[in-house]
Design a protein. Sequence first.
Length: 224
Amino acid sequence: MRRAKTPFQFIAASYLIRIGRARAHTLAELASCLKEVSDASIFYHTFQSLEEHHYTAFSSEFAQWVMAACNQTALAERLAAIDAGEFVSIDGLRDALVRAVEEHITQHPEGQNNVAFEPFYFREEVEFTLPLEMRAMTLAELADGIGKLGLQSLHHHFINSRLRLHLKTNDFSYWIDKELANPALAARLNRIDFHTQTLVGLRDALMSIIRRWAAREGAAGAAA
């Protein structure tokens, strides 16, 4: 089984939620706030909210508010259709969100200043990280480590990492590609749709795929 020269360092992550000053009472205010709030706030209401909203119709909190508080189904569906996983920068994601709201307002100007049933409060999370004692040198060790990770730490490595790395990848795939020279497995992990799974389901899928590949490597090595 291949061994890496540089081990994978598992990270413990935790988050503190901070409520900002920005809030929106109308669609017009939502568009304005989306242009001005911090990157961390945009990230929280799209990527980070995946932790909490796998069982709701829309994982994006913007889409949920537009639907529930503004009763704008068409715009909610358009916001929900914006795939956060396709973006490697907050600027690109922010532009897509603003464009969706502003184009809807242009098409339906009569509703832009209608007051929502409740305001949208912009929040953000401050991330705290700490290296764990766990490290991995092989695929088997990586799978075992993933099984021991807390869900917030898994979120840090698999979802948050996409914007940290500015690539459409995750920490596990990045390490597998660079350190184990296995781009095929790295690509396979990147194809896991984290929008449609709980974090527990995501962890199980990662472990299952990585262990299958580890078993193949072990069998090939034994045959050789």
